[in-house]
Design a binder for this molecule. Structure first.
Ligand code: 1GP
Length: 238
């Protein structure tokens, strides 16, 4: 239910919402408590590779503190649990590694079905953020250059035609350069799917740029791990 009303708003494709990305390895309850007092539309839970954090425990801990929807953003088949409100099922369409295009999804699909998790398919486009991201390392794929606008637009278009329900433009966690406003604008103008943008968004100025460029969901993780008090500053942009 919570998932559906959040998605309904996202599907309107105008306006922008904030998602707080929680890496279970670095879970901080203070961030969740603070989110309750800020404009936060959902928590995303996941990571390219998890060391010790337990997804199920993390979701349970968030839910004990907040009514904000908790959506899984699984890097692999070990990052699913039934107590979340839904899942964004990613396919790394910027890369050419079959495991991350369809292999992992084949392993996740029966679990999602069994858990009866509401889900949306998400085309995940990794772009260069000026340093090697953990997604790049784990998936052994190359990100797309931010100046390869045509290629990125065509990839996003192909994903839309293939039936994906969401687009995610990702510069990689902790990226020095977040996704350029011109690139966000170009993808937005050429596609009709809700557009998620993340990676290296760490200041109010960057957040405003991404919102004005047309991102429908802005994902921030790293910056809040470093300083929870950035949350009220960034959420006031929405
Ligand atoms: C990573 O886009 C997200 O998948 C968030 O990136 O951790 O840099 O905010 P940051």
């Amino acid at each position: 239910m919570k998932f559906n009303s959040f998605i309904k708003k996202l599907n309107k494709r105008n306006g922008s919402q904030l998602a707080v990305l929680i890496d279970p390895d670095k879970f901080n309850p203070e961030l969740v408590k603070l989110a309750n007092t800020c404009k936060v539309s959902c928590f995303l839970v996941g990571g390219s590779v998890l060391e010790r954090g337990n997804i199920k425990q993390t979701v349970k801990a968030i839910k004990a503190l907040s009514k904000i929807p908790v959506i899984l953003f699984p890097g692999d088949e070990h990052q699913l649990c039934a107590n979340a409100d839904g899942v964004f099922l990613p396919s790394l369409v910027s890369g050419r590694n079959p495991d991350y295009l369809i292999g992992k999804q084949v392993l996740m699909a029966p679990q999602i079905k069994k858990m009866r998790l509401p889900h949306l398919s998400m085309a995940y486009l990794l772009v260069k953020g000026n340093r090697e991201s953990s997604t790049q390392k784990v998936t052994d794929t190359q990100p797309m250059g931010q100046s390869e606008t045509k290629k990125i637009i065509n990839t996003a278009l192909a994903a839309q035609m293939l039936g994906f329900q969401l687009l995610y433009l990702e510069a990689g966690s902790g990226a020095a350069n977040s996704v350029a406003a011109s690139l966000i604008r170009a993808v937005k103008e050429n596609t009709t799917l809700p557009l998620i943008v993340g990676g290296g968004i760490s200041t109010r100025a960057k957040t405003i740029r991404v919102i004005n460029a047309g991102a429908n969901l802005v994902v921030v993780g790293n910056a809040f791990e470093k300083d929870v008090y950035l949350l009220p500053q960034i959420s006031s942009c929405f």
